[in-house]
Unconditional design. Structure first.
Length: 280
């Protein structure tokens, strides 16, 4: 067979193979188009789900970093306050006068508790800023502008509540309880128990004084109005005494009333703010 015949005989095979390859390509393209039109592709959902997983991991890492900063701030504040634990304890125990400790380690652990409590208050602006910095990316520009006002105000109101309780409410409470003393029954407070009483008595007022700010925000966004607040006045009075009974350090009616009355007064101030300042 000549060389011309061999080349001629191979042409159909090449054409045939080319046709097969071309047909296979057409089939694959048709399948790909059908898969894209039907949304059954396997690679596209994987690519879409990957950013959300990375976003979740990023949020968790950001939260972990913020928590570490908050814990470090409290630790640094507590360490600094430990060197002044005696002075801070003297300031806290001033309304009660002379105190005692009943076992050798009570004074030491009381100083640790005082240091932690004072360190937390000292680091509170840092803690609030870290919480604010964590949630601010999810806020709108309007909410961020409002937060610039709300965060400092909430810190100020918290400390105002603590000072109000320490200078006005706590001395009245101590005087009331010491009034039960007689010639045969003299008060002798343990420093550990007294400190626990004071902390549990002061802290609720810090949160209670946030009530006007909370109501202001609710009214600012149109959720409540002064008419709504006025209509719920009786319920708020009842709930104030319930809350006072729950968070009071002692089960007596006096402590419950000392917590409930400022709460009611703050509620009434909030109504005036909403009615005359926000005009709602």
């Amino acid at each position: 067979m000549s060389e011309h015949d061999e080349n001629k005989s191979t042409l159909p095979e090449v054409a045939e193979n080319t046709g097969v390859i071309y047909s296979d390509k057409v089939i694959r393209e048709d399948v790909g188009v059908a898969a894209e039109s039907s949304g059954e592709g396997t690679e596209e959902p994987v690519e879409e789900s990957q950013p959300s997983a990375m976003s979740l991991i990023g949020h968790l890492e950001e939260l972990r970093r913020r928590l570490i900063v908050m814990i470090a701030a409290i630790a640094v504040g507590s360490t600094a306050c430990y060197f002044y634990a005696a002075e801070i304890s003297g300031f806290i125990t001033a309304p009660a006068g002379k105190l005692y400790y009943m076992n050798p380690s009570e004074a030491f652990f009381t100083y640790l508790k005082v240091s932690f409590f004072a360190g937390f208050l000292l680091a509170l602006p840092v803690v609030m800023y870290q919480l604010w910095a964590f949630i601010v990316p999810a806020m709108t520009n309007k909410e961020r502008q409002a937060g610039i006002f709300l965060v400092p105000t909430s810190i100020i109101l918290f400390f105002v509540g603590l000072l109000f309780s320490y200078y006005l409410v706590l001395p009245a409470g101590i005087k009331f309880f010491m009034g039960f003393a007689t010639d045969n029954l003299q008060p002798m407070f343990s420093i550990g128990q007294y400190l626990s009483f004071v902390i549990s008595f002061l802290m609720p007022f810090g949160f209670i004084f946030e009530l006007p700010l909370f109501i202001f925000v609710m009214a600012r966004f149109g959720i409540i109005s002064s008419a709504f607040l006025s209509a719920k006045r009786k319920m708020v009075v009842f709930l104030s005494f319930v809350v006072g009974a729950v968070i009071s350090p002692t089960p007596d009616v006096f402590s419950q009333t000392m917590i409930a009355v400022p709460m009611i007064l703050l509620y009434e101030i909030s109504i005036l703010i909403v009615k005359y300042i926000l005009r709602k």
